[in-house]
Design a protein around this ligand. Structure first.
Ligand code: FAD
Length: 449
């Protein structure tokens, strides 16, 4: 065993800046920066083609950055445990470095890896790179292993000491004669660019032109004035800790509101770390009797429910692979409370479509909206018409995503086309509402009982 050789295993921390895993491995004389393409992830229910493109772009960019400091990305394909152990043996590495992660798949992978490496008398060093607190579940209330309510979590989270962001390693040397394997070529996906370089540019643009007004504009559906950093955070092209420390250096309500959203991200991650089964099982079962209605589900997926705000959100998702947070809440409430369909259907559909699809953020937000999660008001129902008045008053969001309604000038009519005269409605080619909101609300109240 050679103490001068270490393996740096990337997972979803695909960056050289502020990466504690890489920084520590890179103190060794020789380092193998490794990424293992795991068919269980790429071929499973968590992957979709857009995210695969962003991942590939991220790997290509990482390889480029590593070459800039004398290294290269080594890519292997197969079971990560087998591949990592095989490589550790081949280069006789003393230890393997990896970032901790919260899903059951990641937790299981870490346990298997620790056991396999121990069998070969090699160490595993686990680092924190996915959340800003160290580790994700390190802040706990008395008497529990995680926080179930956001506000007390936030209070503690804000007081948590944080290390300074780390610079990229200055130099990396690979062991001699190691073939790097094929690094996938970088690609764009539905207008999104993957990789640390593009993410850093987005961060710069955001801090110069976005952050200060965030508190005012983040709920404005048509304004679209959020950071769009979610895919980069999912793949770790950018460090959440770096974003928080940097935003906290700016005073004002915009940076404060932005930091709060990053706290939500950590909050959901610490819930999933403690309750990995909450990805697909009700966190707080409410005795729901979900309705089985495939036609309603398909109308929702296609953005053809007859409620323009809901449909605009769903079309934004299909066309761009992303959806505004306010719209995510509205469409999720509509599915789980107005149509009263199981939140898991919606969560899976989102994972199939989103460029930022993320098990902790997606599934626990779905549970939050469905009232089976951490919302302290689990039975609230978002009324799409009231939401439209508050967050899309001019109906610009609806007109942007629903070409059928683009020519309707009056915002009230654009949000409620059923109020138009019958003759006008016939030319619209837009469906009548598939459900009456009051009927939906009563059915939900009754079903949840
Ligand atoms: C039903 C539903 C499903 C969602 N699915 C996902 C998902 O798969 N992946 C995902 O990253 N986010 C998800 N979110 C959270 C949120 O909608 C997105 O993070 C946000 O819209 C991304 O846009 P942004 O980067 O411009 O966000 P900003 O408003 O600029 O926020 C900055 C960052 O804070 C974090 N953040 C913001 N809001 C939340 C939140 N409510 N919960 C957790 N983290 C948050 C994200 O990492 C985000 O990138 C979901 C929300 C709902 C209601």
């Amino acid at each position: 065993m050679n103490p001068r050789v270490q393996l740096a295993v990337f997972t979803r921390d695909l960056r050289v800046a502020d990466n504690p895993m890489l920084a520590q491995a890179a103190t060794a004389e020789r380092v193998v920066p490794l990424f293992v393409q795991d068919p269980a992830i790429t071929g499973g229910r968590f992957s979709n083609p857009s995210r695969q493109h962003l991942l590939n772009a991220g790997l290509a960019d990482l390889d480029h950055s590593l070459r800039g400091i004398g290294g290269a990305l080594v890519v292997r394909r197969g079971d990560p445990i087998t591949e990592i152990v095989r490589l550790a043996e081949r280069v006789d590495a003393e230890a393997v470095h990896i970032a901790a992660d919260v899903s059951s798949h990641a937790q299981h992978r870490e346990q298997r890896l620790a056991a396999a490496l121990a069998g070969h008398r090699r160490g595993l060093v686990v680092h924190e790179a996915v959340t800003t607190v160290q580790p994700a579940g390190s802040i706990t209330p008395s008497g529990s292993d995680h926080f179930a309510v956001f506000t007390p979590y936030l209070r503690r989270w804000l007081q948590q000491p944080r290390r300074d962001p780390l610079p990229p390693p200055r130099a990396i040397r690979l062991p001699d004669g190691l073939p790097s394997g094929r690094v996938p070529s970088g690609q764009q996906a539905r207008g999104w660019t993957g990789g640390e370089t593009a993410a850093r540019q987005r961060v710069e643009d955001w801090f110069t032109d976005g952050l200060d007004d965030y508190h005012d504009r983040h709920d404005d559906l048509a304004g679209d004035a959020t950071s769009k950093l979610s895919p980069s955070l999912h793949f770790g092209f950018v460090s959440p800790l770096e974003l928080v420390t940097r935003a906290q250096r700016h005073a004002g309500p915009g940076p404060e509101a932005f930091v709060r959203q990053l706290a939500w991200r950590d909050f959901h991650h610490q819930v999933l770390a403690a309750r990995p089964q909450a990805a697909w099982q009700d966190y707080r079962p409410r005795g729901d009797h979900w309705i089985d209605d495939d036609a309603a589900f398909r109308a929702w997926q296609a953005g053809l429910t007859g409620y323009p705000l809901v449909d605009a959100g769903m079309r934004q998702l299909t066309k761009s692979g992303w959806m505004h947070n306010r719209a995510r809440m509205i469409v999720a409430s509509f599915l789980t409370k107005t149509l009263y369909l199981d939140w898991r259907l919606g969560a899976q559909h989102f994972l199939d479509q989103l460029v930022d699809g993320d098990l902790a953020n997606n599934n626990l937000n779905w549970q939050w909206v469905a009232g089976t999660g951490n919302d302290t008001r689990p039975n609230r129902v978002l009324n799409p018409l009231r939401q439209a008045k508050r967050f899309d008053a001019d109906a610009d969001y609806v007109r942007r995503w629903l070409p059928e309604l683009a020519a309707i000038d009056d915002p009230t009519m654009a949000h409620q086309p059923w109020l138009l005269p019958a003759a006008d409605r016939r030319t619209l080619r837009y469906p009548e509402p598939i459900i009456d909101l009051t009927v939906g609300r009563d059915r939900f109240a009754h079903g949840r009982g």
